[in-house]
Structure formats: structure tokens, C-alpha cells
Design a protein around this ligand. Structure first.
Ligand SMILES: O=C(O)c1ccccc1NCC(=O)[C@H](O)[C@H](O)COP(=O)(O)O
Length: 216
């Protein structure tokens, strides 16, 4: 059985990266989006990227960033994954994919089955879909729970992941109901918006890894 991937998103300090890596996260997310409480400048994201150990893959998150600025950010930060969290088209995802060695992920607000089906247009353009709760104030990181029933028995045609309001208390049920191969948490492992809590990160990773080991 493949390992469930665990992404801790919106990290802003070296200590938080260490906490995620030590807890067994497979991916860490760095947000470059000015309105977010987790926003990092390109220079700060590059410093944190350099701090990240080889055991974790670094995911850079952008929102509708123009192609030139995206290319500059990728050059500077050298992430392993680019997560497009706005209204980026499949053509745009495909262009990035074909011009880089990056994994490209597309976040999709899952509000009904039709939104899942529409996301299939990213097949071949993005490597993975990240289903997140729709309708928050910000494009992501809202701590809103996605209705897992939408994903139950859904026949996925692409690699995918589950985000939206996950925390140590609900991640096992989320995995059980949806069979998610990747779980992603941000607000649920914070003590305040933008402030990651090492204890909550540890508890989240422990719960997800425990569920994985139990074959959930
Ligand atoms: O985290 C942010 O502040 C953010 C801002 C703008 C776009 C995306 C953002 N985060 C994306 C993520 O991958 C989050 O982990 C995901 O939306 C889940 O967040 P949460 O519901 O808070 O766990």
C-alpha cells in the first residue's frame, strides 16, 4: 500500500519546518500571497526552502501570479512542487509542467460533484489535484471543512489530495471516509492565524501516520 502523503502548509519559520519534518510530514507548504497571514516574500521563502531537510518536499503556493513573476519565484526558491491555488487554467498549468521539472498541483474548491468532474480538465496538465473547501474569504487556508461525502466512492482519474479544515482530531475520519492519498493541514495546526503550533503539527502527523499504519 502506498504511503499516505502528509503536507503541512503555511510554514513561516525554521522551527516550524523542523517540527513538521521531525513529525514525519512528507511535504511543507510556503505561501506567497500577500493577503495571507502566512505570506512569505520571495527572499524569505528561498531562505526557508534552503533550511528544509531532504526528507520533505517543498511546495510553493501562488494565487493567479503572472507568468514572469512565477518564473522568477521558481528560479529563486527552487521548490519541488508548485501549487496553483487560484483560477489558473489547465493551459497555464500545462505550460509550467512542460517547461520545468516541477510537480504541478492544482487546488480545486470542491463544492459539489460537478466541481470534481470539472477538475478533470487538469488531467495531463497538473500532476495532482488538491481538493479544498470552497467559499472561504481567502483562496485557501480558511480552516473550513470540505464535505467528505462528495469524495466518497468518487472515481478519481488523477492523483489527488484532501485539504480543508483538517486537524489531529478529524484526519483519521477524513482518511477513512475519502481514502485520501494525501492530507493537508494549515489552520488546524496553528495556535493563531499564521502561527504554527509544533504540538499540533506533531499530533496531526501522528494521527495520519497511525491511520496509515492501521490500513485506514
Ligand atoms: O494558507 C493560506 O493562507 C493560503 C492562502 C492563499 C491560498 C492558499 C493558501 N493555503 C493553501 C493550502 O494548501 C492550505 O493548506 C489549504 O487551503 C487548507 O487550509 P486549512 O483549511 O486552513 O487547513
Amino acid at each position: 500500500m502506498p504511503e499516505t502523503l502528509i503536507k503541512i502548509c503555511g510554514l513561516t519559520t525554521p522551527d516550524a519546518i523542523d517540527a513538521a519534518a521531525d513529525a514525519g510530514a512528507t511535504h511543507i507548504g510556503l505561501v506567497h500571497y500577500k493577503p495571507s497571514p502566512r505570506h512569505l516574500s520571495i527572499a524569505d521563502a528561498a531562505k526557508l526552502r534552503a533550511h528544509a531537510p531532504d526528507s520533505v518536499k517543498v511546495v510553493l503556493l501562488t494565487v493567479d501570479m503572472d507568468p514572469k513573476a512565477t518564473a522568477e519565484a521558481l528560479q529563486e526558491i527552487q521548490p519541488d512542487v508548485l501549487q496553483l491555488h487560484g483560477k489558473e487554467t489547465a493551459e497555464w498549468a500545462s505550460l509550467i509542467r512542460s517547461n520545468s521539472d516541477l510537480e504541478v498541483w492544482k487546488a480545486v474548491g470542491a463544492k459539489d460533484r460537478a466541481s470534481l468532474e470539472q477538475a478533470e480538465k487538469y488531467k495531463g496538465a497538473a500532476h495532482r489535484l488538491l481538493f479544498d473547501a470552497a467559499g472561504g474569504e481567502m483562496p485557501g487556508g480558511n480552516g473550513l471543512l470540505l464535505d467528505w461525502r462528495l469524495l466518497m466512492n468518487y472515481r478519481h482519474t488523477m492523483d489527488w489530495g484532501l485539504a480543508g479544515g483538517l486537524n489531529a482530531d478529524n484526519v483519521v475520519d477524513a482518511m477513512r471516509y475519502t481514502g485520501a492519498p494525501l492530507v493537508d493541514a494549515s489552520s488546524g495546526v496553528e495556535s493563531a492565524p499564521g502561527k504554527k503550533d509544533p504540538t499540533k503539527i506533531k499530533a496531526f502527523c501522528k494521527a495520519a501516520r497511525g491511520a496509515m499504519a492501521a490500513g485506514v
